[in-house]
Design a protein around this ligand. Structure first.
Ligand code: PEP
Ligand code: MN
Length: 457
């Protein structure tokens, strides 16, 4: 720390400051400048002499090193990883996906969700049993009953579970039922709770406070680390800003900042970060792309009926889409890392079926081409200024396709396919019409037809 004295500081004031520092067992190094005196203070526990800032003759105190030590990258140059059950988070381990409902509501809900998210590739299950809701009248969670249901889901699926703790006296019961303790955004600065989870042997998922700076968040981590628990995972979950279009502003820039300043693993929560279902998938992919060690997602069997955070909870198929996207993009983040999703060598039967699929795909591609050629030919039979969009025929075609009986595709899925086919056919028709028009214009110009575009009056 640097103590800058005022230009008019008296010798007695300088001596008093030096004594105050010495009384705390720290040393001062005095530098005498042309105008003023500056003192450097070194040693462990600099915070102890912060009070000299208000002593007579002192202009300001400037902190040189970071106030957090155990969390800092300087203290621990290698990135650390945290184990939750058998799952490793951080230090180059494959991206971890934690998924599950905002709140544990029933056995059926928790078990169905656990089975689904596991099959999709999530490796840790989440679920709130004690819910810190903005309103005291809102659903507060099932409490210990909820923790027991999470433990049951782990028994069945093998997924370790994480749940939010809100009361320091609950540490023991949480340790009995869950594998990771979550400290929520609203409790990030609850120092009593931080010290309590710091004395636990379970890893901690520490969410960023709603209006916490990165430094304040790291100081919260420091509380846990300095209480004896080295297993802290940070989680960016959005902060309060002036923006109202999203529930919070997901601060993705925090991820590389955290990676630069600390060795702790960092996760991203796009569910609370955005508060809106359609935004969860793109922001999950963005979180992975920006270097998060994992993401945490709210998933519910029937989102509109969810008793908390229904707006941001993904349905099972939506979660499936998100996982597909992550699988598609993961190589972008770390192309050489062994993917968590590399499947084993497929059995002969699957290879045979895949070969047939490739054959079908080739035929579909040829049919698509044939169909597009026909629709372009149809367009060419029309007058140049006829856009040719027959909405009635288009609707009939989709209806007919959608109402085919039987088969594995639903009417909605068939509509998706035929909708896309019609759009690409229209796109080819439009391009063909534009090409024809351009060719006609060029021909007119070539034949000295400048008059065609000349004055017409
Ligand atoms: C949660 O994860 O259920 C939760 C309440 O999150 P946050 O503390 O980030 O609001
Ligand atoms: Mn929630």
């Amino acid at each position: 720390m640097i103590i800058v004295m005022r230009t008019e500081a008296q010798q007695e004031q300088i001596d008093a400051v030096r004594k105050a520092v010495a009384d705390e067992g720290l040393e001062t190094y005095v530098m005498v400048g042309a105008e003023r005196i500056v003192m450097g203070v070194v040693g462990v526990g600099i915070e102890r002499v912060r009070h000299v800032e208000i002593m007579p003759g002192v202009e300001q105190c400037i902190r040189v090193s970071k106030p957090y030590k155990l969390a800092s990258a300087e203290h621990h140059p290698d990135r650390s990883s945290v184990r939750v059950g058998d799952v490793e988070i951080g230090a180059g381990a494959p991206l971890v996906v934690i998924a599950g409902p905002c709140a544990v509501e029933s056995r059926e809900q928790v078990l169905a969700t656990a089975r689904w998210v596991k099959r999709e590739g999530a490796t840790i299950m989440r679920g709130g049993a004690f819910k810190p809701r903005s309103s005291p009248y809102a659903f507060q969670g099932l409490g210990i009953e909820g923790l027991k249901l999470l433990a049951e889901a782990r028994e069945e699926t093998g997924l370790p579970v994480v749940s939010e703790i809100t009361d320091p006296s609950d540490v023991e019961v949480f340790e009995r039922y869950v594998d990771m303790l979550q400290v929520g955004a609203r409790n990030m600065a609850n120092f009593v709770l931080l010290k309590a989870v710091g004395q636990s042997r379970k890893p901690v998922l520490l969410k960023r406070g709603l209006s916490a700076t990165i430094e304040e968040w790291l100081m919260a981590a420091e509380y846990i680390l300095s209480s004896g628990n080295p297993n802290v995972v940070l989680c960016e979950r959005g902060i309060r800003t002036f923006e109202t279009a999203t529930r919070n502003t997901l601060d993705l820039s925090a991820v590389p900042v955290i990676r630069e300043r600390t060795h702790l693993p960092i996760m991203v929560d796009p569910s609370h970060g955005t508060g809106h279902r359609p935004l969860v998938r793109p922001l999950a992919v963005a979180g992975a792309a920006v270097g998060a060690d994992g993401i945490i997602i709210e998933v519910h069997p029937d989102p509109p009926m969810a008793r908390s955070d229904s707006e941001q909870s993904l349905s099972f198929p939506e979660f499936g889409d998100l996982m597909d996207d992550l699988r598609r993009h993961e190589y972008l983040r770390n192309p050489t890392a062994r993917s968590a999703y590399v499947p084993a060598e497929p059995p002969a039967e699957r290879r045979r079926l895949r070969a047939r699929i490739e054959d079908v795909d080739a035929r579909i591609a040829a049919l698509l081409e044939e169909r597009a050629e026909l629709s372009v030919a149809v367009q060419q039979t029309r007058a140049a200024d006829d856009h040719g969009h027959d909405v009635g025929r288009e609707r009939e075609l989709i209806e007919r396709a959608a109402h085919l009986e039987g088969g594995v595709l639903t009417a909605e899925e068939r509509e998706m396919v035929f909708g896309a086919i019609l759009r690409v056919s229209r796109s080819a028709q439009r391009r063909s019409a534009a090409d024809r028009e351009a060719a006609a214009a060029a021909a007119t110009t070539d034949s000295g037809g400048a008059s065609a575009s000349g004055p017409s009056q």
